[in-house]
Design a protein around this ligand. Structure first.
Ligand code: 13P
Ligand code: SF4
Length: 354
């Protein structure tokens, strides 16, 4: 990256000292990760955000829903900054709050809302998290989805249901692969169709009502790519993120959050070959970090997460230098009522065992 910008970022961080805390998600570019005080998956970053109450500013190098959660979890005296407001998440955008409220109204009408517990993936707007908090549910991330879903099913009781938002794949993979549930217990709620496109019988018989959302990056990994990797590299271990489609996940050796993918590869003996199905910035970094292993990208036709990539060094320098000049650019401020209820759902997640 541009040496002039690197020097400016360094100087601005030095000038701000402990007043600024920079968080970086594992999918961020190398040029940004270099300046992160802490890197992590979305669960680790949610916990870390609250860990430095003395920092006036938390510069969040990640996407909008993560910065919103950080704002909710940090002290009122702290301000969270997202260096580029266009860093959203296509999956989070697939569940709008009015669609989710409409879905709930239909569940009430069908007589099943009483026995339904909402679980929302961290990758959702603060409004969806608030909806979840109001209805006694929990947030989850890819690293605690199993515990969260077990908790929710237990809370729903015998014959109860979970409304899982907004990633159908994480919901299905967790229910079937981690909990041992049956694929037939899952139905998909399509927000663009009346009654989600479901019959009353389908709704009555379902245990998992999966919102029709997916990640535009992870949804592109294919069964053919897993087969091709196994053919090309004998003995290869395939590891993917649980946002991948169920038929892909079923063929892999390991599934896990970004943090788990890193730890699994770090712990493997030298000479292990890996085909990794997650965002490209992370896979390239892993390949460079563990040269004694062989780390390859699972699929030729998948690219970077374009919104994660919006945060680049020029945006980070702009955000940091503005703070040095006494200006806060791109503050993320969640409406207090929404923040209150979203915090209920986030605290529920943080209180889960393990
Ligand atoms: P993690 O929870 O593993 O950090 O994943 C977040 C994400 O956006 C994956 O696409
Ligand atoms: Fe959203 Fe997918 Fe990008 Fe993660 S990788 S931030 S889920 S679009």
């Amino acid at each position: 990256s541009d040496p002039g910008l690197v020097a400016r970022a360094r100087a601005a961080k030095e000038a701000l000292g402990d007043r600024v805390f920079v968080l970086g998600h594992h999918y961020q570019r190398d040029e940004v990760i270099e300046f992160a005080d802490v890197t992590g998956d979305s669960f680790k970053l949610a916990k870390e955000a609250a860990a430095r109450p003395d920092a006036e500013w938390v510069v969040f190098c990640g996407v909008h829903f993560m910065a919103e959660s950080a704002d909710i979890l940090t002290a009122d005296t702290q301000t969270v900054v997202l260096p580029d407001l266009a860093a959203g998440c296509s999956m989070a955008d697939m569940a709008a709050i009015d669609q989710v409220e409409e879905c709930w109204d239909e569940l009430v009408e069908a007589g099943v809302a009483d026995v339904t517990v909402p679980v929302t993936y961290m990758n959702s707007s603060a409004a969806i998290k608030a909806f979840t908090g109001r209805h006694g549910g929990t947030v989850c991330t890819s690293s605690n989805a199993r515990t969260a879903l077990t908790w929710a099913l237990d809370r729903a009781g015998r014959g109860g249901k979970v409304l899982f938002l907004p990633d159908q794949h994480l919901g299905r993979n967790t229910y079937v692969r981690d909990i041992g549930g049956a694929l037939e217990d899952c139905v998909v709620w399509d927000p663009h169709r009346p009654m989600g496109g479901l019959t009353p019988e389908q709704l009555r018989d379902a245990t998992m009502i999966l919102w029709r959302g997916h990640c535009s990056v992870h949804g592109r990994f294919t069964v053919e790519a897993v087969e091709a990797a196994r053919q090309a590299i004998p003995g290869v271990r395939v590891i993917v993120h649980p946002e991948c489609r169920h038929e892909v996940v079923e063929l892999t050796d390991e599934v896990g959050s970004t943090e788990k993918i890193i730890k699994t590869i770090a712990a493997a003996p030298p000479g292990t070959a890996w085909a990794v199905g997650t965002e490209l910035n992370l896979v390239q970094r892993l390949a460079a970090q563990f040269p004694e292993q062989r780390v390859v990208f699972l699929e030729k036709n998948v690219c970077y997460c374009s919104t994660m990539n919006r945060i680049d060094l020029p945006h980070l320098v702009w955000a940091l230098e503005s703070l040095v000049d006494g200006r806060v650019v791109n503050p993320i401020r969640v409406d207090p009522d929404v923040a209150h209820w979203a915090r209920v759902a986030l605290d529920q997640m943080l209180a889960l065992p393990g």
